[in-house]
Design a protein. Structure first.
Length: 417
């Protein structure tokens, strides 16, 4: 078995290697191939990967190359965690919309669209390489915006893939924890889009405990408790960007406020310095500050279910295929799936509850237009996507905003004149 990590210069790579070590008995990889366009970061992460595997005493060969096609040869699973444009592009995604009074965020709103426009062409190139070099391999993606990328892969490639985010698992566990319920006794129904999902029902010991769940989290969530009680569902924390937009924007525009990208850039510099230490042979505690914990657990679970044909359940981003009413079958959704040797199969959810339906459908239209804009290289469709987004207030704002965003991303978007 061969595991390939694309974007292996990422600070997340030790998390994934740590998960591989923990799950080695069920997923005994014989080779790990790391590939990245940044040779310096690749060398650092390759060295740490070797030290971690040596410490664990596992007979796994480690290779590192900037030649992606070479890395893909003989792959069983390909895990992707790339960031097109690096952290500097993310910071622009966060800073530019704020000038126009709109949330600046790497997966939500105009910033999320720009990350999608930069990333989708690269992901489709990777998918094409895989269909040519390792057609039986599975692409396990956690590159953001993962839901939009899942739709692009499903519509415009033949690659076998699973789209992942650690959010639904984390939010579901947090709900049950706040209820004081052992996760083994609880079940959370999840529906929506990536970073726009909702826990619509919670069961404990087979009984509906949704009202108790809402009450338990009401004073401990990023969303106002009174609104949660009114809504009757528990949104992902990212919904604060929609439900509390003015206060979030005001805080982000406070003099001296640093964006998340600016914070992460500092953390990553410290992490890379630590990773380069020849004495370090395990993931450092500082990695927890980077965020995104739980990816290794999710990735190993998906690969284990595929490899052993287990039929386990997990919330993933997949093409809808009739699972959720009111969403096109070839559009991506974030729902619970059964995973076997044929990959993820979305479970039938049915009708989206009316109080959250309109927002999900509006953002879905924006996501599908973003995929179209990236594939066609179209400024016109990019404007349609921006205007479709609920956080963009008007044409008067959208026109100069898109012009500035596209200008800032000319290097990554050759179709921008």
């Amino acid at each position: 078995m061969k595991l390939v990590i694309v974007g292996a210069g990422s600070s997340y790579t030790p998390e994934l290697i740590g998960g591989m070590i923990e799950d080695y008995e069920s997923l005994p990889f014989t080779e790990v191939s790391l590939t990245d366009i940044n040779a310096q970061r690749l060398k650092i992460l390759g060295g740490l990967t070797e030290r971690m595997l040596n410490r664990a005493g596992l007979p796994v060969d480690v290779t590192a190359t900037t030649d992606r096609r070479r890395a893909l040869e003989g792959a069983t699973f390909v895990n992707c965690l790339i960031r097109v444009g690096g952290m500097d592009a993310r910071i622009k995604d966060e800073r530019i919309p704020l000038k126009y009074g709109i949330i600046g965020q790497e997966t939500t709103g105009p910033g999320g669209m720009m990350k999608a426009l930069r990333t989708i062409p690269v992901m489709l190139e990777l998918a094409q390489d895989m269909t040519e070099i390792c057609p039986e391999a599975w692409l396990i993606n956690y590159t953001n915006p993962s839901g939009i990328i899942a739709e692009a892969l499903g519509k415009h490639s033949d690659v076998r893939y699973a789209g992942m985010c650690s959010g639904p698992m984390g939010w579901s566990e947090a709900i049950l924890h706040l209820m004081g319920v052992d996760p083994a006794r609880g079940n959370v129904a999840w529906v929506g889009l990536n970073h726009l999902g909702f826990a619509t029902q919670v069961w404990v010991d087979g009984r509906d405990a949704t009202e108790q769940a809402v009450e338990a989290v009401a004073d401990h969530w990023s969303i106002d408790g009174e609104w949660l009680r009114t809504l009757g569902a528990i949104p992902a924390s990212y919904l604060e960007y929609y439900y509390h937009s003015p206060s979030v924007i005001a805080e982000a525009r406070t003099p001296g406020h640093r964006t998340r990208g600016e914070q992460v850039k500092e953390i990553e510099a410290e992490l890379l310095k630590a990773y380069a230490d020849p004495e370090l042979d395990e993931k450092p505690d500082l990695l927890e500050e980077r965020g995104g914990g739980g990816y290794a657990k999710l990735a190993m679970s998906v690969m284990r279910n595929i490899h052993h044909n287990l039929g386990g359940r997990q919330v993933l981003q997949v093409l809808n295929q009739g699972a959720v009413d009111g969403i096109p079958p070839d559009a991506s959704v974030e729902v619970e799936c059964v995973i076997d040797r044929l990959g993820p199969h979305p479970l039938r959810f049915g009708e989206i509850p009316l109080p959250i339906r309109g927002l999900i459908q509006a953002v879905k239209a924006y996501e599908s237009l973003s995929v179209q804009a990236a594939v066609e290289g179209s400024r016109r469709v990019a404007m349609q996507a921006l205007m479709a987004h609920p956080l963009v207030p008007s044409w008067e704002v959208a026109k100069p905003l898109l012009d500035e965003l596209l200008t800032a991303n000319q290097h990554w978007l050759p179709w921008v004149s």
